[in-house]
Design a protein around this ligand. Sequence first.
Ligand code: AMP
Ligand code: MN
Ligand code: MN
Ligand code: MN
Length: 285
Amino acid sequence: MTHILNADLHCHSVVSDGTLTPEVLAQRAKANGVELWSLTDHDEVGGQDRAIAAARSAGLPFLTGVEISVTFAGVTVHIVGLGFDHTAPALVEGLRQTRGGREQRAREMSDDLARVGIPGVYEGALKYVGNPELISRSHFARYLVEIGVCKETSDVFRKYITEGKPGFVPHRWATLRDAVGWITGAGGVAVIAHPGRYGFTANEEYALFTEFKTLGGQGVEVVTGAHGQGDYVKYADFCREFDLVASRGSDFHSPDESHTDLGQLPDLPGSVTPVWTLLTDRVHG
Ligand code: AMP
Ligand code: MN
Ligand code: MN
Ligand code: MN
């Protein structure tokens, strides 16, 4: 696979908090010119067989994917896994445990929103959920837009359900060690997702990258929907400093909400080694 490739290795389906099915995503990726695709639902590999089949029908090379929620230094960090065996028992069981706390958290989020005069949000959010084990803040945001509390989901994440705002309930996800271990143990490559989003200090970020490397992590998203030009340069430098490969993915969730569509991203900088060079024997189709 070439250095310049329209790879999109990060997006979500109805199996987690996206609004399109794996089948529709495969067709959209193909129509948008994607040349290597991965479906990376949060904490769940239940959409992988559908994505593999849909990608095959569309003639679209595919890598298995997942985005695992991790708590690191008290902050939620996302680790993307690519090109692993999605039937590996330790991975499947670890993800099942990671999903476990979401229902209780969602009920507590709803109780907190009721205290500020917005009742019934748990029940309302459930209407948007494809997979009840994966109820997420995105589903809450969609319902709060539906009932007119906010105009857009991005406004919900400014006024509610984030740290310090009504409806936020802190949660302890997987450890970095577990998430990287599940991915590498299943033969895949672990990648730090959208590092520009975490708001870490330089020291905290150094600690994340150092520990990630020590645990066997190999990659970082350099070009992703949430990054700007400054992030591309910064994380391409991190690739060199930490000897990591670079990934590229839109983090597409929905035609109505995502400003970066599948495959509509700048190319990786010329200085980095693309993650797909490690995964040529893992591509389906
Ligand atoms: P959860 O895993 O339930 O904490 O939900 C996290 C999800 O909420 C992310 O994967 C995004 O899809 C969405 N999200 C988080 N922050 C924002 C934001 N500022 N704007 C839009 N969506 C967001
Ligand atoms: Mn999401
Ligand atoms: Mn994420
Ligand atoms: Mn994502």
